[in-house]
Design a protein around this ligand. Structure first.
Ligand SMILES: Cc1cc2nc3c(=O)[nH]c(=O)nc-3n(C[C@H](O)[C@H](O)[C@H](O)COP(=O)(O)O)c2cc1C
Length: 248
C-alpha cells in the first residue's frame, strides 16, 4: 500500500514543489490540451495511487459547467476534467482523493496548463463516469490551456497567524515552509479550513469534518515542502479529522 511519504519520486517532488506557488484557479480556458499533453494528463491521473481514491481523466462538453458561484464566474472553454472519486466505505478515501487531485493539479501546472477544482458549479448528471458501486464522485478538476498566462493574481489568504496555533516564528524553517505551502493551497469557497500546529515533533493539520478533501489537498502541499525524514499519520485519537507528520 502506497504511503504519502513514499508517493513522490525525487524528480516529481522537485517538479510539483516548484508548481505550488504558480498554481491558481483558472476559470477561462482557451482550449483543450494538445495531443501530447492529453496523453501526459491521462498518465498523470493514473500515476499516483492511494487506497480508496482515484482520478478518472475524461473529455467533457463545455456545457458541463454551470452558473456562477459566489461571483467566481462560470468555467468557460474547458473540454477535459479529472473526476475525483473516493470509496465511501473507507474513511480515509476522501483525504486520499484530495491528495491525488492536488498532485494532478500541480502536474498540470508544471505543464503550463490551468486547473480548477469544482465541486459546486457543474452539472453532475451530465457525467457518465465508470464509477464502482462503492464510489462517490467528490469533485471534478477542470483542466486545459489557460486563456491568460502570467503572474498570479493577488491571493486572498488568511495570515499564517490565523491558520496556525502558536508562534510560527519559533518553528523550524522547513515546518514554516510546509505551513506556507498549505496557506496557498486551494479550498472550496476559499474557506481555508486548516488549523496547523506544532506539538513536540509533530506537525499537525486539523480540519472540520466536512473538509476531508481539503485535508488531503493540504497534505499534498505539506508533503512536498517537508524535506526531513518523517512519517504521516491520519486522524486517530483526535476529535476532528486531522493528520500529522512525526518529524524524526
Ligand atoms: C474542493 C474544492 C471545490 C471547489 N469548488 C469550486 C466550484 O464549484 N466553483 C469554482 O468556481 N471554484 C471552486 N473551487 C476553487 C476555489 O474557489 C479556489 O481554490 C479558492 O478560491 C482559492 O483560489 P486559488 O485556487 O486561485 O488559490 C473549489 C476548490 C476546491 C479545493
Amino acid at each position: 500500500m502506497t504511503r504519502l511519504e513514499a508517493l513522490f519520486s525525487p524528480a516529481q517532488r522537485e517538479r510539483l514543489c516548484a508548481a505550488i506557488p504558480r498554481r491558481q484557479s483558472c476559470r477561462a480556458f482557451a482550449g483543450t490540451p494538445s495531443q501530447g499533453d492529453w496523453a501526459a494528463l491521462g498518465y498523470a491521473a493514473g500515476r499516483y495511487e492511494l487506497p480508496g481514491a482515484r482520478l478518472i481523466f475524461a473529455a467533457v462538453p463545455e456545457g458541463l459547467f454551470s452558473g456562477t458561484l459566489l461571483g467566481m464566474g462560470r468555467i468557460t472553454g474547458c473540454g477535459a476534467i479529472a473526476a475525483v472519486a473516493a470509496s465511501i466505505a473507507l474513511l480515509e478515501g476522501r483525504v486520499h482523493a484530495g491528495i491525488l487531485g492536488e498532485a494532478f493539479c500541480l502536474e498540470a501546472t508544471a505543464m503550463g496548463l490551468g486547473t480548477c477544482w469544482v465541486s459546486g458549479s457543474y452539472r453532475k448528471k451530465q457525467l457518465a463516469l465508470p464509477l464502482k458501486p462503492d464510489e462517490a464522485l467528490l469533485a471534478v478538476i477542470a483542466v486545459g490551456v489557460p486563456e491568460r498566462k502570467g503572474a498570479a493574481e493577488t491571493r486572498r489568504r488568511k495570515s499564517l497567524d490565523r491558520l496556525c496555533k502558536g508562534d510560527t516564528g519559533l518553528w523550524p524553517e522547513e515546518v514554516r515552509q510546509a505551513a506556507q505551502a498549505v496557506q496557498i493551497a486551494p479550498s472550496a469557497m476559499n474557506l481555508q479550513p486548516w488549523i496547523m500546529s506544532l506539538e513536540k515533533n509533530r506537525f499537525v493539520i486539523d480540519v472540520p469534518d466536512r473538509s476531508r478533501l481539503e485535508l488531503g489537498i493540504a497534505l499534498c502541499h505539506a508533503e512536498l515542502a517537508l524535506t526531513s525524514p518523517h512519517t504521516w499519520r491520519l486522524g486517530d485519537g483526535r476529535r476532528e479529522p486531522s493528520a500529522w507528520a512525526a518529524l524524526r
